[in-house]
Structure formats: structure tokens, C-alpha cells
Design a protein around this ligand. Structure first.
Ligand SMILES: Cc1cc2nc3c(=O)[nH]c(=O)nc-3n(C[C@H](O)[C@H](O)[C@H](O)COP(=O)(O)O)c2cc1C
Length: 403
């Protein structure tokens, strides 16, 4: 555990607010009025956020007028709401991963006009694509502070952008001048119930790379880094194909051999009772490899993570002390499929532990090179899978954030 100095800030409360500021839609209290002063107070807090060049260019529109809210609700319905209602009805009761989000999003679309306050943060300026700071990156952190400050006071918000599909009409309704950019639409209401939970997210160690992109560490790392720290790497591609197609290829264990310079093939091992091997928890296969410095070798692999359609992971050599742990993950992302392929080396013996044993002083360099080698081969595999799959867009596809 890290020891922190006493800052006078209650870290646990701050962390709680930061980790439980959810998109609140079903739990917005549509009956209880929201005092303007609460919103002013939270904007004062939000304005402490940084901005490019330290220029205060954020301007906030808070809509309470029922007629204006009704007009905004109409725009929202037209640009995203109808899609959300349709999607909710289509996937209701199917167990689709977006079922709850759609139910909640559709609820907001249906009740937007009844939300006590709708806040539209804007910023003076228009994005010119120059890469200079000062526009979106000068407002988003501030609006998020606003949401967290409200959450701590018992009010819920939801960051929404679907309305920006009708940004010109919204500009007209609100009288926002040209040359000023509307960023989001934040419904604000007291929330019902008392608490919110954290959401499932990737652990930091799986998406945080030290010193070089895609270099992960399961623990530590020590200084200098060691095999025992669990070095790893990850590659990702977005593929315009249904998740089921991508899943078929990642569980076809020999498929990657077409693209990798090291992995040459794999075969399932039948179970003791003669049941043919195949992709399922506890199954085994034999992987074959080749490497200019090592030669050719085979390694037993054990499927140790398996969630149909989502996750396929195996460890090598010995399930209790694996030489490496490999994992494919397949997820639906905005009309595409994201394929993530990762590996963690160790903790058990493998070719690399043997190499380190013979040259212990070179451990960090051996690890770095091996990680880069794995990364390049893994990239070839996911690129090969991507190239294999084709996708024709559906003409009526809309609002990919909610797919
Ligand atoms: C850029 C962005 C745009 C979003 N647009 C909408 C939207 O138009 N309508 C909506 O209901 N939710 C919208 N959301 C909310 C997400 O759907 C929400 O964050 C997601 O469901 C996860 O819920 P959580 O924030 O509680 O973890 C948006 C979120 C972001 C970050």
C-alpha cells in the first residue's frame, strides 16, 4: 500500500464520487425541482478545471423553461431517441449486452422534457483540426467536474451527445452564436435511491503501458524489470464484422499460424473418455512453434478462460505454473468488433526463463525484445483475422454509440 501525505482531502470520498458518477437516466427524479443555485455552485466548481492557454471560454446554458425543454426533447427524439426506442424494443428480453443501456437511454428520450434542468455546455470557438489545445479539451474535463460535483450533492446527470446530430437546430432553439461550439447535453435531476456502484472496466494494469505502448506489467515492475513482474503485451484491432464471425476465427486454434512468424499450428487433444477436443473450459491443445534462435518446439496449452463469444484464454506448459497466459477478447464496439489479443509471460519456466538464466544481467533487455517479438507476431495475427473478414454496412444503421 502506498502511504499518502495528509492533504486535508478525504481521499475515500473523492474516489467514491469519481467511481460512482454514473449515467443516470432511469433514476432521475422528474418530480423534484432543482434549485438554480445548486447548478451555479457546481458550475463554479467546474470552472476550476484547466483550459488551454488558461482562457476561460466555457459558456453554460441551463434550460428550465418547459417550452424550450419540449423543443429540445423533440430534437433529441428525432436525432437519437427514436433509434433508442426501437433498439430497446428489439433487444428487450434477449440478454443483449446493451439491453440495460438501451432501456435506460430510451427512458431518457421519452422523459427528457420532464427533466428539471437540461445543461448545454458550450465553448467559444470552433474546432479547426489544428491540434492546438483550447476547444473540446478545454471543456470536457470541466463538464465532468460539474457532473461529479452534482453527484456528491445527490443529483444525477448523464453525458449525452446524440442531440448534436441536430446541432444547428439546437443552436437556433437556444440562440447560441455561430463561432461557439455546443459540446454535450446534460440532464440534471435529483437521483432516486441512495447509491451507485462502480462499473465493470478494464483494470489499469491491462490498459496502462509503461514507457512504451502496449508493454504491460502484472505487478511491480521492479527496477530493473524482471520476469517475475509478469511482463506482457497486447494488440487490438477493430474489425467491421459481426462478433460471431471474429469469435469463430479466434477459436479456430490453428488459424493464426497463417500469419505469425513463430506459431506454426495447433491441434486439439481428445479428452480421456475419447470426446474430441474443442474450444471449452479445461480443453487442451498442442501448439507448435519455430524461432530462429530456439528451433522448433511444441507446447501443451490449457484453456483456462472461456466465455462463449467473448473470451478465449489459455496457458502454456503447466496450468499451475504457466510459461505464459494468452487471451483473445471479442467485444461489440459501435457497429464493429474489437478484437484484443494479449499475453503475460510467466511465472513458470519457458524458453525465455532459460535464456535469462544463461544471461541474468541481460534480463531487462531480453524481456523487452521478447515482448516486442510477441507483439509483432500478435499484430500479424489480428491483422490477418481482420483481412479475412468482410463487412457490408447496413444502410439504415444509425447512432453507433448505442449499438
Ligand atoms: C461521448 C458520449 C456520448 C454519449 N451520448 C449519449 C446519448 O446521446 N444518450 C444517452 O442516453 N447516453 C449517452 N452517453 C452515456 C453512455 O451511454 C454511458 O456512459 C454508458 O451507458 C455507460 O454508463 P456509465 O457512464 O454509467 O458507466 C454518452 C456517453 C459519452 C461518453
Amino acid at each position: 500500500m502506498t502511504d499518502y501525505p495528509d492533504t486535508g482531502i478525504d481521499v475515500a470520498s473523492i474516489d467514491k464520487a469519481l467511481t460512482t458518477t454514473r449515467a443516470v437516466r432511469l433514476r432521475l427524479d422528474l418530480e423534484r425541482p432543482v434549485d438554480d443555485q445548486i447548478i451555479y455552485d457546481c458550475i463554479d466548481i467546474a470552472e476550476q478545471a484547466p483550459s488551454g492557454g488558461n482562457q476561460g471560454s466555457r459558456r453554460w446554458v441551463v434550460v428550465r423553461d418547459p417550452a424550450v425543454k419540449a423543443r429540445i426533447a423533440e430534437l433529441y427524439m428525432a436525432t437519437g431517441g427514436e433509434f433508442m426506442l426501437g433498439a430497446r424494443d428489439k433487444i428487450a428480453g434477449t440478454g443483449h449486452p446493451q439491453e440495460r443501456v438501451m432501456q435506460s437511454a430510451a427512458h431518457l428520450a421519452e422523459h427528457l422534457a420532464e427533466v428539471p434542468a437540461i445543461v448545454i455546455p458550450t465553448i467559444i470557438g470552433v474546432h479547426d483540426g489544428s491540434g492546438r489545445p483550447g476547444l473540446f479539451d478545454s471543456v470536457i474535463q470541466s463538464v465532468w467536474s460539474f457532473c461529479v460535483a452534482l453527484r456528491a450533492r445527490g443529483l444525477g446527470t448523464a453525458w449525452t451527445t446524440a442531440i448534436l446530430g441536430k446541432r444547428d437546430e439546437l443552436r437556433e432553439v437556444l440562440g447560441v452564436p455561430d463561432g461557439n461550439t455546443q459540446i454535450a447535453m446534460i440532464p440534471v435531476a435529483w437521483y432516486t435511491g441512495t447509491d451507485f456502484t462502480t462499473a465493470p472496466r478494464y483494470p489499469a494494469r491491462e490498459i496502462t503501458y509503461l514507457d512504451r505502448y502496449a508493454h504491460t506489467w502484472e505487478s511491480g515492475p521492479s527496477d530493473p524489470p524482471r520476469l517475475a513482474d509478469g511482463p506482457g503485451t497486447v494488440v487490438e484491432v477493430d474489425i467491421k464484422a459481426p462478433t460471431s464471425e471474429v469469435w469463430k476465427l479466434v477459436t479456430d486454434i490453428g488459424f493464426g499460424a497463417r500469419f505469425s512468424d513463430e506459431f506454426t499450428g495447433a491441434r486439439w487433444v481428445d479428452e480421456d473418455d475419447g470426446t474430441p477436443g474443442g474450444p471449452r473450459l479445461g480443453a487442451q491443445f498442442i501448439g507448435a512453434n519455430t524461432h530462429p534462435a530456439i528451433g522448433e518446439w511444441e507446447v501443451p496449452c490449457f484453456v483456462h478462460r472461456y466465455v462463449e463469444g467473448k473470451e478465449f484464454g489459455w496457458c502454456t506448459s503447466d496450468p499451475d505454473d504457466p510459461g505464459a497466459r494468452w487471451r483473445f477478447e471479442v467485444a461489440s464496439i459501435a457497429g464493429s468488433t474489437r478484437l484484443r489479443y494479449s499475453v503475460i509471460i510467466g511465472p513458470g519456466p519457458s524458453g525465455i526463463s532459460a535464456a535469462i538464466a544463461s544471461m541474468p544481467d541481460k534480463e531487462p533487455r531480453i524481456l523487452f525484445r521478447r515482448i516486442e517479438e510477441h507483439r509483432a507476431n500478435m499484430q500479424r495475427v489480428v491483422d490477418g483475422i481482420k483481412a479475412e473478414l468482410h463487412w457490408e454496412p447496413e444502410p439504415d444503421r444509425a447512432n453507433p454509440i448505442f449499438e
